[in-house]
Ligand binder design. Sequence first.
Ligand code: 8ID
Ligand code: ZN
Length: 347
Amino acid sequence: GIPKTQYAQIFEKTGGPIQYREIPVQAPGPDEILVNVKYSGVCHTDLHAWKGDWPLDTKLPLVGGHEGAGVVVAKGDQVTNFEIGDCAGVKWLNGSCLSCEFCINGYEPNCPHALLSGYTVDGSFQQYAIAKAIHAAPIPKGTDLAKIAPILCAGITVYKALKESGAKSGQWVAITGAGGGLGTLAIQYAKAMGLRVLGIDTGDVKSKMTQALGAEVFIDFATTPDIVAEAIKVTNGGPHAVINVAVAEKPFEMSCKYVRPRGTVVVVGLPAHAYVKSEVFSTVVKSITIKGSYVGNRADTDEAIDFFSRGLVESPIRIVGLSELPKVFELMEKGEIAGRYVLDTSK
Ligand code: 8ID
Ligand code: ZN
């Protein structure tokens, strides 16, 4: 049976104490499923949400989290795409209107009525989470739920960003923030798509990890005197695309300088109060493209999960209890996480 109460991590106010305590289990509405979340990834977005970094308010009090993998335990009477017992993913895009200009054209993340898990609606840092059935991710039976958790945001996002970059097999893609949650998956999706990868991040652990995952070259941003010159040199003229997932302003500006003529700079990371600065003359003469990319739609979700299910992408996770979320945030703030932390909601 479904319990009346459950454990959750609650942000009572922005940047305030994070409370691990029991709260009621909600009942799903007619178009919703109730997911018994087994594991939830911790994305840097969750840290931004708690800190209140962005020009968009969260609901309060808030249960964060948007990489929830679990099992459907209840559903509303309009739900036809999930049965009780199916595996399902609670992702950032919890719901959208499905009838606006953007939804109709497959740009669901850009829907003005989008519901965001762990931001405008409660997310996956709890044992029982609600998702709109139409947007919940179908997860094949028998999937390792801890390992698929990071695919539900990080995987979808970097896979979509790589598609948006237009880079073709045999070409170079640079990934800033290559050693973090999005970056470590981006390397592998890029490899699986036939691209050559330059990873940019810092430290021995991330250097080793990114190269083990398939980066041909690693640039340490903290110890390399001229990152722009080095990136151009190692890719023989600059990468054809850059996926920026670093949580810092500087790498965006640098990527506009080292990207190859005709290349594409993809803006994915969301550092607070940041701008992408590109000198006008070289933007024109090199004819570069600078574009934003925001998670993915339902088709991108299924495709990203399919890469994972076929064993093309390994999820570089460490599992700790849901109760340990504040410690994970501390490590993340210091840039000390290589790969992704996943929370086990039973602990
Ligand atoms: O849809 C989207 N656009 C989307 C989806 C999901 C997440 C955007 N995001 C955003 C998050 O909100 C966050 O701002 O992407 C960013 C990265 O999320 P993450 O991968 O979950 O963060 P992380 O695990 O902390 O990794 C960040 C990495 O960046 C490196 C750090 O060392 C870390 O490994 N980094 C930093 I900070 N400064 C750097 C620099 N100057 C850098 N790497 C290269 N150069
Ligand atoms: Zn995320």
